[in-house]
Design a protein. Structure first.
Lengths: 409, 249
């Protein structure tokens, strides 16, 4: 018997009981769709995170204070990471296109009769727009002189400018931030909320102004010019490693520590993406296991129904045997039925999985990326499940005694 | 007139069960059926007729004894070899037809060819052969009907067509008219008679004398053993009717 005939016989067998065939496939359909959707969701999350990190700018290096060397009760020695460190890096390290430090404060902004609470005031340095790939829509960013002199100037995010001034020009107007009056000198172009942070509602001022005027929190005052993080933009990607080494040498000297006892860490965007990926990979593995289990349940469903089918069709098996079907003919027929169930189920699962992932992506604010490899893996596992769980019932059918089978009602 | 033997069985014994509950369904049965013979097997219920037919049909194996089918020893064959013999050498007709449900007459008749080993018959030829077999049993008009749409007599004719399609050396029928009314029984017997006239070897089980009267030779069983084995003295009613018709015309 050639394989075309085997497939035809198996197909006819399934067709004779369409509803049951469909229900049998359901487990596989759900399993395959689950694998594809879950992988798509985690891949989407990963892509979003990677994009957010890339969205911070290009060739960035992050310097953060590290407290790892401190034992409990021991106070941080030295000065930690300071604004002056940033200046030193900018002056001494070659191949750097920008150094930015940030210090946040949250203040109420007033203009005319309007008052907006909890506006994020971001104190930065002059390289901020370049390092963060942000452009000025109107006016200008502040200068080094203004930074040094702690000039009371502000650049507004697009949304904030719109809220305060509507269609009127913001440039030259004076707004009250907390208790400080700042002159608006520029408005930022609207930027998509990459980085998970919406910069469009921010007030940007020289970091020196934030240190002097907005850090009313006593702890923050005590910390002086300490900053949480310094961003360094490196001109050429190839120089990143070298630049990191030079920064470490420079800051180690300034902080009076050795390279082995650094009180700060330097990371790159790639490092952060890698860290993120390892967390999402764990998440993805978990999802994969869950989906894999549902595929397994689907396979057990196939085995279950195939066993019922073999019992129900015992007489058919007897008839086939009586006219010359060998045990392997019968085995092949039922194995092919199981395989067809899982392949057709797998195919429907792939289609609904891709459709489901797209719908999830479109409806929820979740992002989904359908990966070809997940489709291939899910589909071939479905086929493997069909063969694996189909074998036992098929073998049972093949081993039936012709006379017993014919006597079966 | 020395015809070649189709069935040769020697000291055939079939024992069912084990230990104390053993049943000897057949005991030391020896018989020979030659090519072209039409044999009826009779006997009371439980005398071992079906057991013998199942062994003759290679659906079962004897506990002891030899069985040669068309010169080939089949008593020692394994499951696979027996399946091939069933497919190639034997056409089995059952009391309950044993057609595949929800499958057309044509497809039912084609089924033995689907399981042909080695020589794959092209689809077209399979169809032609199946159609021809259905024509032979007078069902040319019903080829696309499914068993549940056919009468008992028609189902049995489909089963005969299926038994013929692989050109077997032996046709076995276990109470082929057991489920049928008189009119359908006569139809079935006239088909078997025609096959006999064409030279087919037929062994048929029946417990009706009217049906047995179509055969040439009647073997009676009792308690798993051959009781009598005699040529049939009577002419079948159908043939007698023909002769009457002939005389009248
Ligand atoms: N599978 C079986 N297991 C046990 N005993 C059986 C089996 N098949 C038939 N028998 C017994 O063998 C004897 C012959 O049965 P069978 O050949 O069916 O008789 P018949 O067809 O002449 O009515 C009976 O006593 C029957 O009960
Ligand atoms: Mg019987």
């Amino acid at each position: 018997m050639n394989s075309r005939k085997v497939i035809r016989i198996a197909w006819e067998g399934l067709n004779r009981n369409k509803l049951r065939s469909l229900l049998t496939m359901l487990g596989v359909i759900i399993g395959v769709a689950a694998v594809i959707i879950m992988v798509a969701v985690s891949a989407g999350t990963e892509a979003t995170i990677a994009e957010q990190i890339q969205g911070l700018g290009t060739n960035l290096v992050f310097i953060q204070e590290s407290f790892t060397r401190m034992t409990p009760g021991q106070r941080q020695t030295g000065n930690g990471l300071t604004f002056e460190d940033a200046d030193a890096i900018k002056e001494n390290i070659p191949g750097i296109s920008g150094v930015v430090v940030e210090q946040n404060a949250s203040e109420t902004v007033k203009y005319g009769g309007q008052s907006i609470d909890d506006v994020s005031v971001l104190g930065t340095t002059i390289d901020f727009p370049e390092v963060r790939d942000m452009t000025i829509a109107e006016g200008r960013y502040f200068t080094q002189t203004e930074l040094d002199r702690k000039s009371k100037v502000a650049v507004l995010g697009a949304t904030l400018a719109e809220e305060l001034f509507g269609s009127n020009t913001a440039i030259g107007q004076v707004i009250t931030v907390g208790s400080v009056k700042l002159t608006v000198i520029g408005v930022m172009e609207e930027k998509g909320s990459t980085g998970g942070v919406d910069y469009n509602s921010n007030v940007f001022t020289p970091i020196t102004v934030v240190f002097a005027k907005f850090n009313r929190d006593p702890f923050a005052r005590m910390m002086g010019n300490r900053v949480r993080m310094i961003y360094v933009a490196v001109e050429n990607e190839e120089d990143i490693e070298d630049t990191i080494y030079q920064i470490e040498l420079l800051l180690a000297k300034r902080h009076e520590v050795t390279l082995d006892t650094l009180d700060f860490t330097v990371t790159t965007q790639d490092d952060i993406i890698e860290t993120q990926e390892s967390t999402t990979a764990a998440f993805r593995n978990l999802l994969g296991w869950v989906a894999g289990v549902s595929l397994l349940v689907g396979g057990i469903g196939i085995m279950n129904i195939m066993l019922v089918s073999v019992t129900e069709r015992t007489r058919e098996i007897g008839i086939r045997q009586s006219i010359g079907a060998t045990p392997s003919d019968i085995r092949r027929q039922f194995l092919t039925e199981a395989l067809l169930l899982s392949l057709v189920g797998g195919l429907i699962g792939v289609i609904s999985g891709i459709a489901g992932a797209k719908i999830f992506g479109a409806v929820g604010d979740m992002r989904t990326v359908v990966s070809i490899s997940s489709v291939i893996i899910a589909f071939s596992s479905a086929a493997a499940v069909g063969i694996f769980f189909g074998y036992f019932p098929a073998n049972k059918a093949a081993q039936l005694d012709p006379i017993e089978a014919l006597r079966h009602e | 007139m020395t015809q070649k033997p189709i069935i040769q069985i020697e000291n055939l014994t079939k024992i069912y069960g084990v230990g104390d509950i053993q049943v000897k369904a057949l005991e030391n049965v020896t018989m020979t059926v030659h090519e072209g013979e039409f044999v009826a097997i009779m006997g009371p219920s439980g005398s071992g007729k079906s057991t013998l037919m199942n062994i003759l049909g290679c659906l079962d194996r004897p506990s002891e004894g030899k069985y040669r089918l068309a010169g080939e020893d089949v008593s020692e064959m394994d499951k696979i070899q027996l399946a091939i013999i069933r497919n190639q050498k034997i056409g089995f007709i059952f009391q309950s037809y044993n057609l595949l449900p929800r499958t057309t007459a044509l497809e039912n008749v084609m089924l033995p060819m689907v399981y042909n080993r080695g020589n794959d018959i092209p689809d077209d030829e399979q169809r032609q052969r199946a159609l021809k077999a259905l024509e032979q049993v007078g069902l040319a008009e019903r080829v696309n009907h499914q068993p549940q749409e056919l009468s008992g007599g028609q189902c049995q004719r489909v089963a005969i067509a299926r038994a013929l399609v692989n050109k077997p050396v032996l046709i076995l029928a276990d109470e082929p008219t057991g489920n049928l009314d008189t009119k359908s029984s006569v139809e079935i017997m006239s088909i078997l008679t025609k096959l006999h006239e064409e030279g087919k070897t037929i062994v048929m089980v029946t417990h009706e004398n009217d049906i047995a009267s179509y055969s040439q030779r009647i073997i009676r069983f009792r308690d798993g053993q051959i009781d009598t084995d005699k040529p049939n003295g009577h002419k079948p009613m159908l043939q007698m009717k023909k002769e009457v018709d002939h005389e009248l015309s």
